[in-house]
Every structure is written in C-alpha cells, then in structure tokens.
Design a protein around this ligand. Structure first.
Ligand SMILES: [Zn+2]
Length: 192
C-alpha cells in the first residue's frame, strides 16, 4: 500500500488545485492513510479466522506521535487494552464457536518533535516519519469449532469504542466467499 504515495505528486499535477494544495500534499493526499478510514482483511481458512486491521493511529489513539505526556501514555494503554478485548469489538456468529487464540498490535508512532532532515540517513526514517503520520496494525487469530456456521461479523462495538473511525473498508476471503464491503458507524455488519 505504501507505494501509493509515489503516485500522489502525479495526481496533484493533474489537479487544478495542485498549486495551492502542493505544500500540504504530504499531510492530506495519502490514499493509504486517511484519517477516519481503516481497513480490515478477514480471512477464513479451515478453522482459522484471521482479522487484519490497519488504521491511522489518529482513529484509535487520537494522535500520531509517540506519547510524551501522562495523558497520552494513558490513552495509548487504554486503547490497546480495548483493542485486546475482542469480544466487545467483534460479534461473530455465535454458532461458529470462535475463540481468540492470539492478538498482535504494532504501531509506528513518530517522534513528537523531529526534523525529517536529521533523519534523512536513518534507515528507520521512512516516508511516514517525514509526514508525521502513523499507522497501527492489529491482528486477531481465532479458532472456530464450526467455521461453516460463521456468516457474519458485527463491528458495532468497534465503532462505538473508536468513534474517530468513520469507515472501515473490509475485504473478506473464505473458501466459498470473497467480497469487499464498506462499513460505517451506521452500517456495522459484515454478512456473507
Ligand atoms: Zn495521519
């Protein structure tokens, strides 16, 4: 997904607003990083259900820098605890009897006060640092006793827990179904 920002200058060059917007393009033009928007990949393989969630950290923590104040640190801890409480976030078809087996959380929060030029030769400084944007990836693995009975996931709890998330682009892949759905605060159920 990261390569998409390479296209941004081209898209801006074609836009009549490009001159006015060019100074801000790094903050506003990323298809792969839009505040309020997240992605969720759902894969069901035999009894194993995998949810891969990716989002700007803004949607989850309310900021995109490494926390420095106590308030920020507390917000990060609480958000991560909420993310790990999968039963409150994802309501799976109960007949499928899915049980969580693992959660992984990774984020790339950037330094709150940093000069992109100082990091120019730092192998860890990528385009994200220069733009002061951060993403979070959360992976959930479930084991489902009766995977044939898994036909829906309701994300109402997720949208309630993280109200800055306005839209989740969902891609589902199972052995019998493949679909893409856009979920939102008012349309929270993935059915297949
Ligand atoms: Zn951002």
């Amino acid at each position: 997904m990261r390569f998409s920002y390479l296209l941004a200058p081209i898209l801006f060059a074609l836009s009549p607003l490009s001159i006015a917007a060019s100074e801000h393009e790094h903050e506003q033009s990323l298809d792969a990083h839009v505040h309020g928007v997240a992605t969720l990949n759902v894969g069901l393989d035999d009894q194993q259900l995998e949810l891969q969630f990716e989002s700007p950290t803004m949607n989850i923590f309310g900021f995109e820098y490494k926390p420095s104040s106590e308030n920020d640190k507390q917000a990060l801890i609480e958000a991560e605890l909420t993310l790990k409480n999968e039963q409150a976030l994802f309501k799976l078809s109960s007949a499928a009897q899915c049980v969580l087996s693992a959660v992984t959380i990774e984020n790339d929060l950037v330094e709150p006060t940093q000069d992109a030029h100082e990091h120019e030769h730092d192998e860890h400084a990528d385009a994200q640092d220069e733009q002061n944007h951060s993403d979070i990836q959360v992976g959930y693995l479930f084991n489902c006793a009766t995977p044939d009975k898994l036909h829906s996931i309701d994300l109402a709890g997720f949208f309630k827990a993280f109200p800055h998330t306005e839209k989740i682009n969902v891609q589902l892949m199972t052995s019998t179904a493949q679909l893409g759905v856009e979920l939102s605060q008012s349309n929270t159920v993935l059915n297949w």
